[in-house]
Design a binder for this molecule. Structure first.
Ligand code: HEM
Length: 257
């Protein structure tokens, strides 16, 4: 028997029936990348919050000087780039969902309005939280007060984006990602705009301190606190974010009516 006949017979015996539409291939590819990168990102976020934070507190200065420059640049490289890949793949997918809804409504212009509102609301929410975490002083800088303030901003942004995207044409998937995807984008702004910016300086100072005995600058405590607060905010926001991800295709509970 010829080899090609054998190969065809083997392939034919597999229980595979590929979808006919090219768009299905793009979408499954996007989902796959999105999950892979999302798991990497959220996994490292949980490692930082649940394991590494408490672990670092136990170390003496000399050991920290050895561990931090070896561990943190690697962990933060995967952390910040997996955040970018997650958001890019997720955003492309969100565009497909929103475009389908806008086209079904016979008003393609809705797409630009929805995406514009999404960017605006979530960028402003991030800016508000950044200013709060950076400049809150006295009793306002208390962790519980900040947690309440961040909750109010994120809840307000969720409500605001739903108000702006609300339209009879917008389905559950588009609406759920307008909220959950927005939270993911907000988290990415924290990764690049706060955590990484603070951590790269802290790592360099810790290294110099361990190798040359250069004292840690006075502002290091403030930067460490800011990075911690942004990371902790991301940790908590990740739970509602994942709920909206899960609900988008499996739990229709939002309506644009
Ligand atoms: C750490 C961040 C993120 C994680 C871990 C994550 C995870 C997930 C998971 C697990 C799903 C699959 C849900 C399912 O099929 O049951 C999903 C779907 C999706 N995500 Fe994300 N996501 C994140 C951020 C984002 C962002 C920032 C966006 C948009 C800008 C986004 C857009 C989407 C879209 C459009 C879907 C498909 C929803 C549907 O099929 O209706 N995600 N995400």
């Amino acid at each position: 028997m010829h080899l090609d006949v054998v190969v065809l017979a083997l392939v034919g015996s597999l229980k595979v029936q590929l979808p006919a539409q090219g768009a299905d291939f793009e979408q499954v590819f996007l989902r796959w990348i999105h999950f892979g990168a999302g798991i990497t990102w959220a996994g490292l976020l949980y490692f930082f919050n649940l394991v590494n934070g408490p672990f670092q507190k136990e170390l003496d200065a000399a050991t920290r000087g050895k561990v931090v420059p070896l561990l943190m640049p690697r962990a933060l490289w995967w952390f910040r780039w997996s955040a970018v890949v997650t958001v890019l793949a997720g955003f492309r997918y969100y565009m497909i969902l929103a475009k389908t809804d806008a086209d079904n409504a016979g008003d393609p212009g809705l797409l630009g309005r929805w995406l514009g509102a999404w960017f605006l609301v979530w960028t402003l929410a991030w800016l508000a939280v950044y200013l709060l975490l950076k400049f809150a002083k006295g009793p306002l800088a208390n962790g519980w007060v900040l947690a309440l303030a961040v909750t109010l901003v994120v809840a307000g942004a969720s409500w605001g984006v739903l108000e702006l995207v609300a339209d009879p044409a917008a389905g559950n998937r588009t609406l759920a990602i307008s909220v959950g995807g927005g939270m993911g984008y907000f988290m990415m702004l924290n990764v690049w705009g706060v955590i990484w910016r603070c951590q790269k300086r802290l790592i360099a100072w810790t290294k110099a301190n361990a190798e040359q005995g250069t004292p840690m600058p006075a502002e290091s405590a403030e930067l460490a606190r800011l990075a911690f607060l942004a990371s902790r905010a991301n940790f908590w926001v990740s739970f509602p974010m994942l709920f909206f991800m899960a609900a988008a295709a499996h739990f229709p509970f939002l309506s644009g009516q």
